[in-house]
Design a protein. Structure first.
Length: 158
């Protein structure tokens, strides 16, 4: 039961963190001019008026994260493929599905920890004023997401 709760917690944490990253981009104009997570972060950096040293430090963190995440994403693709194969297999193997689900949850957890660590490292590079502005952008993004979610719920009810 504890393992199941841990897996559910890891999945929920991943979802929450993903929404937070999306909200940063949303708070900075939605990232329509630039596509991808890295480009959204560039929009955030532009909004924070970083000096060259801050920009270089943050870029270094992002490049290191990208290398780590690329290998993890490749592993995640393999796990997803195996899960899809299990779903369509003539002989369902619950033990194998459980093993794959656990591996996926552990990988998601590791990715969440890494992203959170990187965000924390980035915050330590910023001045107090920049951190305050970032927090404001995050808060604004969360409010927009909540409004969009309630609007979606309203349309689903009709």
């Amino acid at each position: 039961m504890k393992k199941r709760s841990w897996i559910i917690g890891a999945i929920l944490s991943g979802t929450i963190l993903s929404l937070g990253i999306a909200n940063i981009a949303s708070a900075c104009g939605g990232g329509h001019a630039r596509h991808g997570h890295g480009n959204r972060m560039m929009n955030v950096m532009d909004s924070l008026n970083l000096n060259n040293e801050q920009r270089q430090s943050i870029m270094k963190i992002m490049q290191e994260q990208r290398k780590l995440m690329m290998s993890k994403r490749a592993e995640m693709r393999k796990i997803r493929k195996s899960l899809h194969e299990q779903a369509s297999a003539s002989n369902f193997n619950a033990t194998e599905v459980q093993r794959l689900a656990t591996a996926k949850a552990e990988m998601m957890s590791a990715m969440i920890v890494q992203r959170t660590r990187n965000m924390n490292n980035i915050r330590h590079i910023l001045t107090a004023e920049q951190v305050s502005k970032l927090d404001s952008m995050l808060s604004h993004g969360h409010r927009q997401h909540e409004r969009a979610g309630s609007m979606q719920e309203d349309s689903d009810a009709n």
